[in-house]
Design a binder for this molecule. Structure first.
Ligand code: SF4
Ligand code: SF4
Length: 93
C-alpha cells in the first residue's frame, strides 16, 4: 500500500521553469519521490546503480512545478530542484 496518496495536479503555468537533478548513484529506490510528485516527473530506471538498486530518474522534467515536495521527502538528499537559468540577454553593439 502506498505511503502517500498525493492529489495529482494539472500541469501548471510555472511548469518548465525548473531543473530537477537526481544523484542516481545515491538513490536507494524507496519510491517516495515517485509517490509524492503531483505531476509525475520521476520514473524507475531499468539498470542498477552502484548500490545495486534500480534508481529513479527524471523522466518528465518539463512537468515540474517547483513544489519542492520531492526535495523535502528524499531521505538520502538525492534530489535538487532549482530554477532554470534565464537565457543570456543579447549584447548590444
Ligand atoms: S519539485 Fe519535485 S515533487 Fe514538485 S513537481 Fe517538481 S519534481 Fe515533482
Ligand atoms: S526519494 Fe530519494 S532515495 Fe527515494 S527513490 Fe526518490 S531519489 Fe531515490
Amino acid at each position: 500500500m502506498p505511503l502517500f496518496k498525493p492529489e495529482k495536479k494539472q500541469i501548471a503555468q510555472n511548469a518548465g521553469k525548473w531543473d530537477v537533478v537526481i544523484s542516481e548513484d545515491m538513490c536507494k529506490a524507496c519510491g517516495f519521490c515517485l509517490q509524492i510528485c503531483p505531476v509525475d516527473v520521476f520514473a524507475w530506471r531499468r539498470t542498477a546503480n552502484r548500490l545495486g538498486w534500480f534508481p529513479m530518474y527524471v523522466a518528465h522534467e518539463a512537468n515540474c512545478i517547483g513544489c519542492m515536495l520531492c526535495y523535502q521527502i528524499c531521505p538520502d538528499f538525492c534530489i535538487n530542484v532549482a530554477p532554470k537559468a534565464e537565457a543570456e540577454p543579447a549584447v548590444a553593439s
